[in-house]
Write a protein that binds this ligand. Structure first.
Ligand code: IPE
Ligand code: IPE
Ligand code: MG
Length: 248
């Protein structure tokens, strides 16, 4: 029998958690943890791209993270801007397309412009799509999708009867990509924290106690290897039975 190829997730979604605890462990202020975390982003992007992952979505800042002290919020926004400036060219050279998802209207004008120009610079790339979820919440995502459908009904562009799971699924963020196959959360917490609630319905969930700044290429590779050993059933019987049509 020929050796089967490793199963690579098409879409990986990561909650990059544990920067603050990493800083505390090192006797440093929290912002040093966020800075160190930026280096892990580069390693995760490179490892996924090399493995043949089509899309990587990174949770950088949640809808609820706006509740943090103003100094931490503005430091994170400034870091986001600086990393965009510093990394856009490298991403472009590496064939990576950047996309920012979330409630961008809450960003400063300056950050909104930088997001738009990084997206524009990289829009022709097809090796891997990198989505940064910032000012993003799964509930915000579902609510904006519902609002869009309601607006279409009100404008007479669609009927009420046409609203079903598929219609809503076409309005949530990243609907043009396959839903995440693999979810990773670093930092030891085993919760979703309002990440992609709609899109994670059948995603494989991988939790690791490793803090995000310590999550390197080997750690990323270990998560990809774990994924390749999962048997996914999507409510059917998987290998052990002949399933009916997947959409049945
Ligand atoms: C994740 O690290 C980064 C963001 C949420 C912006 P945290 O800042 O949540 O770090 P911990 O969880 O306090 O260690
Ligand atoms: C989730 O981490 C959000 C990001 C990593 C961007 P949090 O640190 O905000 O989550 P909770 O508060 O521990 O659930
Ligand atoms: Mg945290």
């Amino acid at each position: 029998m020929s050796e089967s190829l490793p199963i690579v997730p098409r879409h990986v979604a990561i909650i990059m958690d544990g920067n603050g605890r990493w800083a505390a462990q090192h006797g440093e202020p929290r912002h040093q943890g966020h800075r160190a975390g930026a280096e892990s982003v580069r390693q995760a992007v490179e490892t996924c791209a090399r493995a043949g992952v089509d899309a990587l979505t990174l949770f950088a800042f949640s809808s609820e993270n706006w509740r943090r002290p103003a100094a931490e919020v503005s430091m994170l926004m400034e870091l986001f801007l600086r990393v965009l400036d510093r990394e856009s060219e490298r991403l472009n050279r590496n064939g990576i397309r950047l996309n920012v998802i979330g409630d961008r209207e809450r960003f400063s004008q300056r950050l909104q412009q930088r997001c738009a120009s990084a997206e524009q610079l990289t829009q022709g790339n097809a090796r891997m799509q990198l989505n940064i979820a910032a000012s993003y919440g799964g509930r915000w995502d579902i609510a904006q999708a519902a609002r869009q459908l309601a607006a279409d009904v009100a404008a007479g562009k669609r009927s009420l009867e046409s609203i079903d799971e598929a219609a809503l699924g076409e309005q949530v963020c990243l609907h043009h990509l396959p839903e995440p196959d693999l979810f990773v959360r670093t930092g030891g917490e085993q919760r979703i924290s309002n990440f992609m609630l709609w899109q994670l319905a059948y995603t494989e969930l991988y939790f690791t106690p490793v803090l995000w700044p310590d999550f390197d290429s080997d750690q990323m590779q270990a998560a990809l290897t774990w994924f390749s050993q999962r048997e996914r059933r999507f409510g059917g019987l998987g290998h052990s039975g002949e399933d009916a049509h997947p959409d049945a």
